[in-house]
Design a binder for this molecule. Structure first.
Ligand SMILES: [Zn+2]
Length: 245
C-alpha cells in the first residue's frame, strides 16, 4: 500500500493523527482534503456530500481556520489568539482544524507556542502545517507532526516514467523499444529527468540482490543523474541515456 493509500484509509476510518506537516507542490490540495475529512459527518470521510464537506469545499466551514501568512499572521500575538481560539469547542464539526501556512516564518516564541498547543491542546484540535521550506521549522515542531509529501502531477508523471524506464532495463529491452521512450524525454525538463532517474535507480537498487549485473547499469546512470544539476539540455540527456543503456 502506498503512503497516500494509507492516508486515505486513515481518513476513511477516522484514524488521522492530529498534526501533519504537508510538503510538496500539491500541499494545499492535500491539506483541503484532510481538513474536509476531519469535519466530515458522513460515513466515509471526506464524503463530499455532507454539509461539513460542502462547507469545507466552499471555504466557509466555521471549524476550519486558515492562517494567513501575511502581516499579522506571523506575529507571536496572533499565535496566542489562535491558541485561545483552539480552547473553544468546535461549532458543529467533530474536530477543529487549523491550516497554518509558512509556520517556518514565525519566530521561535511563536513556534514554541504552537508546539505546546500541538502537545497539550484539546483533543479535538487538528493542525496542518504547510511549508515550502519545512527544514526551517523548529525540529521540535517537525518531530511532533507526521510529514506527508503531496506530489504534484509533474512529479507523479516523472515517477511513472521512471517506472517505465526501470521496466525496460529489467527486461533487457532492445533499442527498438527503448529509443521511442528516450526520444519522448526530449520534451521534458532537466528536473523531470532527474526525478525520473531517481525513481529508476530506486527501483533497480531494490532488485540488485537478485540481479547483481544491474550494478553496471546503475554505474552508468549515476553521472547522468549528476549532470541533471547542470545546464544541460533534455535532448542531450536523452541521447546520453540511449548510449548508456
Ligand atoms: Zn462529508
Amino acid at each position: 500500500m502506498s503512503r497516500m493509500e494509507q492516508l486515505e484509509n486513515r481518513m476513511k476510518h477516522r484514524q488521522l493523527s492530529h498534526a501533519y506537516l504537508v510538503v510538496g507542490e500539491n500541499r494545499r490540495n492535500l491539506a483541503d482534503t484532510l481538513a474536509a475529512a476531519w469535519v466530515c459527518t458522513g460515513e466515509t470521510p471526506p464524503c463530499g456530500q455532507c454539509s461539513g464537506c460542502r462547507k469545507a469545499a466552499q471555504g466557509i466551514h466555521p471549524d476550519i481556520t486558515r492562517w494567513d501568512p501575511d502581516g499579522e499572521g506571523l506575529k507571536a500575538e496572533a499565535v496566542r489568539t489562535l491558541r485561545s481560539d483552539a480552547f473553544i469547542r468546535p461549532n458543529e464539526a467533530p474536530k477543529k482544524v487549523y491550516i497554518l501556512e509558512h509556520g517556518e516564518l514565525l519566530n521561535q516564541t511563536g513556534q514554541n507556542i504552537l508546539l505546546k498547543l500541538i502537545e497539550e491542546g484539546p483533543a479535538y484540535a487538528c493542525f496542518l502545517f504547510l511549508s515550502p521550506n519545512p527544514e526551517l521549522l523548529l525540529p521540535t515542531v517537525r518531530s511532533r507532526c507526521e510529514t506527508i509529501r503531496a506530489e504534484g502531477e509533474e512529479t507523479a508523471a516523472a515517477s511513472a516514467d521512471g517506472e517505465t524506464l526501470a521496466g525496460l532495463i529489467l527486461k533487457g529491452a532492445g533499442p527498438e523499444e527503448t529509443l521511442p521512450f528516450l526520444i519522448s524525454l526530449e520534451k521534458k525538463d532537466r528536473e523531470e529527468i532527474a526525478l525520473l532517474l531517481e525513481e529508476t535507480v530506486c527501483r533497480l537498487t531494490k532488485v540488485l540482490p537478485q540481479r547483481p549485473e544491474l550494478l553496471k547499469v546503475l554505474d552508468r546512470l549515476s553521472p547522468i543523474r549528476a549532470a541533471c544539476e547542470f545546464n544541460i539540455s533534455a535532448g542531450h540527456l536523452a541521447g546520453w541515456l540511449a548510449s548508456a543503456l
